[in-house]
Write a protein that binds this ligand. Sequence first.
Ligand code: GDP
Length: 175
Amino acid sequence: NSFDEECDYLFKAVLIGDSAVGKSNLLSRFARDEFSLDSKPTIGVEFAYRNIRVGDKIIKAQIWDTAGQERFRAITSSYYRGALGALLVYDITRKSTFESVRKWLRELREYASPEMVVVLVGNKSDLGQSREVNLEDGHSLAQLENLSFMETSAKENMNVEEAFLRMITRIYELT
Ligand code: GDP
């Protein structure tokens, strides 16, 4: 049971982004290797743990999911408290979710630590035929805002591990 394993560090990180971009499915893919076609039914903060080995250290990553609170603009400062990293997620098939990225960055600046490691994630890369946001647009915005960036598919399990690991190893490097 990885929960009981000894760990050297405990990092808190959060998922943010508009509703239905795939935050919970990214988390369930990363934490349990599961994907669901339904949107989640429950409301309320949830989190998951996963232990990651970096060099000879074991990092316990505690990742928080908004669990729908963003729909009511009800994310509070306690959600961000102590968080060292964030995956800021948009949906490549809905331009409006990409346009919201700046709003989420403003919220991070307001509530989160300025040293927070932020990885911008364009999710649903498996839906290329319905794409509304180009790969280059994601790259440019990330460059402008000084963020890491990658496109993922929680459904096809593409780059999900990479996105979380990039955030976690970056946090570790800054520790
Ligand atoms: P959240 O509100 O941001 O947590 O989004 P959810 O994880 O609940 O996902 C919203 C919807 O998008 C659900 O119907 C998921 O099955 C679907 N979804 C999530 N990730 C992907 C993906 O990578 N590809 C596709 N095709 N659908 C996805």
